[in-house]
Design a protein around this ligand. Sequence first.
Ligand SMILES: [Zn+2]
Length: 283
Amino acid sequence: MLNIYEFNQYRDFDSFSNLELFIIAFACMCVGSFAQSVIHRSNPKILNKKKLNIFYPRSFCPNCKNQINPLYLIPLLGFIFQLGKCIKCREKISIEYPLAEISFLLIGLILVYSYGLSLFFYITFLIFFLYYILFFLDLKFFYLPFGLNISLILIGLTTNGFYNMFVDSFFNLLNVNGLLFSLYGFFFGFFTLWSVNFFYRLIRKKDGIGGGDFILFGAIGSIFGPVSLSFILLVSSLIGCIFFLINKEVYDNRLPFGSFLILGSIIYFVTKNFELLDNFLVL
Ligand SMILES: [Zn+2]
């Protein structure tokens, strides 16, 4: 069985020329731009009204419906060329576009720097892509599309099943198959939140946690395994509490818990892969 360190030797960061790094950076920003348009087009309010999917029609200004010149679709530069406004109607372009492009640029470069152009890079970048979309869809619309959650589960099952990609030291010691690690993670994640909601519903006669949250937590479990989940749940709940205290007026009854789960699992990944807490905790 291969492990992630063998993938790293595929192409090391130091071996890239400046041009190659530029192409990688540019490609990362294009993915960011695409992620942002998926978020925009998945808005349930827009989706129900118009015939719109991720690829059709071509990018247009949401205000005046003017089709955007391909030159202005170049990440970051397009925004700068247009001075942040639609060239036709002068409506402001959402700051979320350059924000997404910069986020993907930074994450892409950090991942390439850390893991080279390896399979581990592609997988973690893909997970970040799905996370980014889910994070903002839940934050803005309380919407966690089933298809995106299922994609994460498939990534968890295949990468762990074939390559033991995220299997932690605890499971390595047990010598458990990566697929089992992933399945345990999924069921543990899914049923933890499902049963919290089940008891909540018994007492309060209404749902406390959305169905998308169970599946998302199961998906996170299928990637990072069952041991990660208590840490992730603890961190996400802390983030949720702070968020609630700050935004009491905006979100009176509902919280985008899926977004917090995503942040919690990113914090788990970072602390584990960069060994930030190894001296304090056994993760
Ligand atoms: Zn316009």
